[in-house]
Design a protein. Sequence first.
Length: 159
Amino acid sequence: MKRIGVTGHRSLPDSVLGPVESGLRAVLGGHDGPLEALSSLAEGADQLFACVALECGADLTVVIPSGDYEDGFESAEALARYRQLRTQAAQEVRMDFPRSTDEAYYAAGTYIADSCDRLVAVWDGQPARGHGGTAEIVAYARAIGKPVTVLWREGVTRD
């Protein structure tokens, strides 16, 4: 089974949504045989990746960083989408952190990088804004020799 994981920004400018979704479809839709998609289902890139993966017939593995993870969702819509996607998951992995911290996010990100054959990064190329951020997970994946596919629209930056 081919395993593809995701790391990415929670806030995606509207101008990157089309190119990122097209890139995700190209990466996730171009495989013969079974496919597993690994995501923490955070708002933004993680949820978009999971939706596209399920549409492409992948089995979804949800990696939950902490016991209170749901408390960190800023919008009711993102929380509802998280809960809906969780119901569609083939399996769930829980990190052993009671509270959402940078360490919990880093543990989930490195778990995904360790467990996948390829990491997709929805990333603007800028430094991480905290421990466990997208840039740090990309650097970790590259350091352990994982192929990384970066999806973004050139010239666009996050807020």
